[in-house]
Each structure stands twice: as C-alpha cells, then as structure tokens.
Design a protein around this ligand. Structure first.
Ligand SMILES: Nc1ncnc2c1ncn2[C@@H]1O[C@H](COP(=O)(O)OP(=O)(O)OP(=O)(O)O)[C@@H](O)[C@H]1O
Ligand SMILES: [Mg+2]
Length: 379
C-alpha cells in the first residue's frame, strides 16, 4: 500500500509539473452556474496579474468581473449553453488584467463525468491569444486598405481622363469668344473647378499607389526645419510648437514634396484637434525595429504628437480611408491621411497611431533608412 501511495504521489508531482509548465492557464471548476473555482494553475498570474489565491478567494464569479463589458453577454450565454447542453465551452473574449491591459483569451472547458454520466467537475484552459488577434486585425486592416486602394485608384484614373477632356474643351471654348467677353470669366471658373477636381484625383492616385513618386535621398530633419516657420504661423498662438530633432538622424529615400505634405497634414490635423490650445510636438529619431533584423530593419521615425481631443477606437480604424473625415463640410476632405498612407507605403514605410480620447494622439511615420552611401559607391 505504501508503494502504491508513493507512486501516486510521484505521478501527481509529475502531472503537476507538466500542467504548470504549459504556456496557458488550466483550471478546474464545479459544474454549477456560476461555477465554483476548484483549481487554477499558477500561470494565472502571468496571464492577467491576479494570483492563484486571489482567484480562489474571489469565488465563482471572480472571472465574470474581469470579462470586458462588451464580451460579457456572449460569455454568460456560452456558459449557459454549455451547462444546459453538456457540450464543451469554447469562446474567445477579452479580459481586463490587473494593470488594465486588455488580454484576448481563448477559453475552452468541458465536463468530466463519472461512469453513470453524472458530471463531476469541469476542466479547461485559458490561453493568451492577444498577439494573434492583433495580427488578424492588422491583416484585416491592410486588406481593407488594399481593396479601397484598388477602387479609389480605378475611379481616379477614369476621372482624370474625363477631367482632362473637361479642361481641354473649356480651353477650346475660350478661343471662340472675343477677349473681354464676360462669359470668359465663366469659362475660367469652369477651368478652376476642373483643376481642383484634378488635384483631388491626384491625391487619390497617391493613396492607391498608382502615382510615381520622385524618391531621392533626403534628411527628414531638413524637411521639418523648412516647415517650421510656416507651421508657427498657421497653428496660432494658443498652441505651443516643440521641435525635437535627432542630430545624428539617418537619411531616408522619399519624395521630399510629398513627405512635407504628409508632415504638414499631420500637423494641421493636430492643430484641428486642439481648438482650445495645447502642445504640438514634432520629433525625429533613429529606431531599431528589432535587434536581430538586417540593416534594412533600421528605421527613421518622424513623430507628430498633440495633446488634443484624441480618437476613439472606431475613428482610429477609419482615419486612413479616403474621404473619411469628422470635420464639418468644407473644412476637411478626408484625403490627408489617405494620401499620407499611400506616400509612406510607397516609400516602404508604415504609419503607427496611438490615441487616447481626451488626451491626444501621436502619429509616427516609420521609414526605412537609406542604404549607406559607401555601399552605393562600392556597388
Ligand atoms: N491628431 C488628430 N487628433 C484627432 N483626430 C484626428 C487627428 N488626425 C486625424 N484625425 C481624424 O482623422 C480624420 C481624417 O484625417 P485626414 O487628415 O485624413 O482628413 P481631414 O483632416 O478630415 O481632411 P483633409 O486632411 O483632407 O483636409 C479627421 O477628420 C479626424 O477625425
Ligand atoms: Mg487632415
């Protein structure tokens, strides 16, 4: 008997070691609703910052209080469904960690029954799938932008042809009037409208990456510096402008006029987000995206940060769409960031956005470093 007990203890140690090494949290609960927590593995603390003791003391509804409010209904429904049908519980949802982080988890559990089919307890696991969710979201976002890009590019292309015809015929029509004819002013008006439409079309083409940029080697600091005087004049006195340039900034390859437009639009967006004043900071930096990555992974960051209204998640998800604007009619076309997106992706870069409603936003343009000059001479 003693040997059998020893073996049982050894087996338990073995399994406990195994379970506590899994890259997920495992748990056992009762089969009631809400369930009583019988066991939680120590990975709980890594997952969302609450210790095993807190979890056990918290009782059956401990986790319910941590489920993201938007997911709570689905969570409770899934529990009722699995309890009433005896089927496995399986759901992805968000938990709020102790430090208020949002953690996406996959939660799966099933009932363990005795030989007569009577449920004994439930066992399951919680695994952190935050990274996967983020990658899915990025993929979804880039597919959306790709589709919008194709649509916008196609329309813009046809539009451009028609606008060329409109301004061409307007020009011709002008020749059939004598100089000084008052109707010439109407024709000029026609041409102005066509030119304006053509400039919008060009921005759409830039967004859909169909327009060729004149990329050359340049110093982003010089561009920011050139914009500075103009910005000080346009943003008004209520907004404090801070410029923080990295003195050893690496060069990038981009179209200087387009890059200036990108920065300018971000600065103007920042101004518009601070109607009662605030601080606008434009800064540059060299960033290493990852220590193990090849040379090309080194990037140059141009950041435009404001202390303005910020954006909620829904707005944030749409800002790069052409014609998405929250500004009054006549104030914004919604093409600023769409153009920026096109220009930056065509230069091999990305734009990252962080925003907290009520606190402000930071837009960060990341561009690949231009290859070292010495390499070029050698090549
Ligand atoms: N710094 C910011 N703070 C808050 N919201 C912003 C900020 N930057 C952009 N947005 C939001 O993104 C939307 C789209 O910006 P975008 O620059 O593309 O267009 P716009 O500024 O509205 O018009 P346009 O630039 O064509 O004149 C804005 O209407 C605003 O809602
Ligand atoms: Mg804008």
């Amino acid at each position: 008997i003693v040997r059998a007990e020893d073996e049982k203890a050894a087996a338990e140690t073995r399994y406990r070691g195994l379970v506590e090494q899994l890259p997920m949290m495992t748990y056992v609960t009762s089969c009631e609703n809400p369930p009583a927590t019988l066991y939680v593995s120590p990975q709980a603390e890594q997952l969302i910052g609450y210790s095993v003791e807190e979890w056990l003391e918290g009782g059956g509804a401990f986790i319910d209080a941590l489920v993201h409010p938007d997911d709570l209904e689905a969570f409770l429904e899934e529990r009722v469904r699995s309890r009433t049908t005896g089927a496995a519980f399986s759901l992805s949802y968000r938990l709020l960690a102790r430090d208020r982080r949002v953690v996406w988890v996959l939660d799966e559990s099933h009932e363990v029954v005795d030989p007569d089919g009577k449920p004994l307890f439930c066992q399951g696991f919680l695994v952190d799938i935050t990274e996967r969710k983020q990658l899915e979201e990025q993929l979804r976002q880039s597919q959306k932008m790709e589709a919008i890009g194709q649509l916008a590019g196609g329309i813009a292309h046809d539009f451009n042809n028609m606008l060329t015809a409109i301004s061409g015929y307007a020009e011709l029509l002008g020749y059939s009037f004598d100089a000084g004819d008052p109707r010439l002013e109407d024709i000029a008006e026609l041409k102005r409208a066509a030119a304006h439409a053509a400039s919008l079309t060009r921005q759409l083409l830039a967004f859909s990456r169909k327009e060729l940029l004149l990329a050359k080697r340049l110093d982003p600091n010089a561009i920011v510096h050139e914009l500075e005087t103009m910005l000080r004049r346009t943003i008004g006195e209520q907004i404090e402008l801070m410029i923080e340039l990295e003195p050893e900034l690496a060069a990038v390859e981009a179209d200087p006029d387009q890059l200036a437009q990108v920065i300018l639009n971000m600065a103007l967006n920042a101004r518009d987000a601070m109607p009662t004043g605030g601080r606008l900071t434009i800064s540059t930096a060299n960033v290493d995206v990852g220590p193990d990555l090849p040379d090309g992974a080194q990037r140059v960051a141009i950041r435009v940060a404001d202390t303005g209204t910020g954006m909620d998640e829904e707005t944030c998800g749409r800002i790069f769409e052409p014609f998405f604007t929250t500004k009054e009619p006549g104030k914004g076309t919604g093409l600023g960031l769409a153009t920026a997106y096109g220009v930056v992706s065509q230069s091999g870069g990305t734009i990252e956005v962080e925003s907290v409603p009520g606190q402000g936003s930071t837009f960060c343009v990341l561009l690949p470093r231009a290859p070292a000059l010495s390499n070029r001479v050698a090549a």
